[in-house]
Write a protein that binds this ligand. Structure first.
Ligand code: ADP
Length: 500
């Protein structure tokens, strides 16, 4: 309607009277209210139904008028209506009555309703007006608040809040238990009541952080209980903000870490003990292998001498068998010596430039001589590959891997060695077709003294060959790993940098 056009109502009826104007204002208020406003007769027949009622209950005005109010009352609450009507009939208003009503689609929701009697000109009560507010969100908010309060109360951690000036504003049950102050005693007190004298500075730091909007997580410190007891705690402090986003205080969650500290202390003690025992064991291995080496060297020398003096063939065979066993024993002793040197950081490398292909060829030749039923082949396109490293130590690695390849492949007769040149590395692979290794053991086999005993009960060893190989390769800045499948075989790979 054009603003300048005369008001249609006033055209028909002439200018509005004051009473009419008041009525029109009331009608506009009812039409635009967010609360449902409904009127009904004392018999419960609905006589008016505003747009908010339409939205809240889902019935249009036309649908609702003339119907009984029980339309929106859940069946189990119908008796409420009798109570309400009886108080209205006596002219008594019902204020902020909280109950549940039902929409057209059956949805039930909490409401707060105020019901007032409607009287006629002679003052007789002829009906009731209802102002209904959907309080779902308030109820949810208060439910949430209740839930949070219950969580805070039942928490095993101390939860407290304080103002930015350090005045304690809340204090849960766990706080009472941890510090011995009751809620009544401590609310309104300054937080320094639980801070040991020498730690008062911490509070400045914590408040400083919180004032900047920062959270302080798991701050380990000590607080003081009412009886003077010092409680080690892990503290998390967060800012509390008001509706406008302003920081108005801090919440603190404190966990007693006495137990945790004790466990840590015990762990450190055990760790130290294990280390001491380990050091002793290493020292012993070092000493023992050193002591064993000297007589072994003499035995070896005398046996060699003896073999030149013996002419009897049988005796000669025995001597040579003995020499072989002495050689094995010497290899074991020198591996043990290497382990103890390695642990003490005393294993030295004599680095030079050498041809790794030649080392492989020499080792294969030596092995083929001693294990002539194995066919050991070298697969490579390279005629020579010079790298930087300690040739004796690298030879020791190849020896270890090849010895294992033979020991752990009984009943087979083939071993393949790969020599591959990569961009910056050389890659060597030693492949057997033996017992293989279960995948869950792969991670451990390079550890010191680790053996997969149950898989190979008949093959003895000390579990140090792969450990030494791993140390030698990694200290040459290379890598060592294995690909293996039980019953199919294993390929041990290692890489070494080519160097300058
Ligand atoms: P040792 O052979 O003396 O036990 P190693 O350190 O050389 O010690 O090897 C550790 C373990 O790894 C061995 O006990 C064995 O179970 C497993 N292993 C090593 N090489 C192979 C292989 N080629 N095939 C299968 N298992 C292997």
């Amino acid at each position: 309607m054009d603003k300048n056009e005369p008001n249609q109502l006033s055209l028909l009826t002439g200018p509005l009277s004051l009473a009419d104007e008041k009525l029109a204002i009331l009608a506009a208020i009812i039409a635009t209210s967010d609360d449902a406003i409904i009127s009904k007769t004392l018999e419960g027949i609905i006589t008016s139904w505003n747009p908010a009622a339409e939205r809240m209950f889902g019935y249009s005005e036309a649908e609702a008028l003339g119907r009984h109010i029980s339309l929106i009352i859940p069946p189990d609450r119908l008796s409420e209506e009798e109570l309400i009507i009886s108080s209205i009939a006596r002219g008594i208003k019902v204020d902020h009555f909280e109950t549940v009503r039902m929409a057209k689609n059956g949805h039930q929701f909490p409401i707060s309703v105020t019901i007032s009697p409607i009287t006629n000109r002679s003052g007789k009560v002829v009906g009731a007006s209802k102002i209904v507010r959907d309080i779902t969100i308030y109820q949810k908010a208060s439910e949430k608040q209740g839930m949070l309060a219950a969580i805070v109360d039942s928490s095993d951690d101390t939860i407290l809040s304080k103002t930015l000036d350090g005045i304690i504003t809340s204090w849960n049950k766990a706080a009472e238990k941890m510090f011995g102050y009751s809620e009544q005693e401590i609310i309104g007190q300054h937080i320094s009541i639980i801070i040991p004298q020498e730690r008062l500075q911490e509070e400045n730091f914590l408040i400083g952080e919180v004032s900047k909007g920062n959270k302080v997580d798991h701050f380990h410190t000590v607080r003081q209980a009412k009886d003077g007891r010092q409680v080690p705690i892990s503290l998390t402090v967060s800012p509390i903000v008001d509706d406008t986003g302003k920081i108005i205080g801090a919440s603190k969650i404190a966990r007693d870490i006495t137990e945790q500290l004790n466990i840590e202390k015990e762990k450190a003690r055990l760790f130290k003990q294990v280390k001491e025992l380990n050091d002793k064991k290493d020292e012993f291995i070092g000493l023992a292998s050193h002591e064993l080496k000297t007589p072994l060297t003499s035995i070896s020398g005398y046996l060699q001498l003896l073999s030149t003096m013996i002419t009897d063939e049988k005796a000669q065979r025995f001597v040579s068998k003995t020499r072989l066993q002495v050689k094995k024993l010497s290899a074991l002793v020198s591996d043990l010596l290497d382990v103890s040197k390695m642990e003490a950081g005393k294993l030295r490398f004599a680095v030079e430039r050498f041809d790794i292909r030649q080392v492989l060829v020499d080792v294969i030749e030596l092995f083929s001589y001693g294990n002539n039923h194995y066919q050991i082949t070298l697969e490579t396109d390279l005629a020579e590959l010079r790298i930087n490293g300690d040739p004796n130590r690298i030879e020791q690695v190849i020896n270890n891997l090849l010895t294992n390849a033979i020991r752990y492949s009984p009943g087979t007769n083939q071993i393949i060695i790969y020599l591959i040149r990569e961009v910056d590395n050389v890659k060597v692979g030693i492949r057997d077709f033996g017992v293989g290794i279960a995948s869950e053991k792969l991670e451990d086999i390079f550890s010191r003294f680790y053996r997969v005993d149950e898989a190979n009960p008949n093959i003895s060893g000390l579990g140090i060959g792969l450990y030494l190989s791993h140390e030698i390769v990694t200290r040459h800045n290379g890598k060592i790993w294995v690909e293996s499948e039980p019953g199919v075989g294993s390929t041990f790979w290692f890489t070494l940098p080519l160097g300058g």
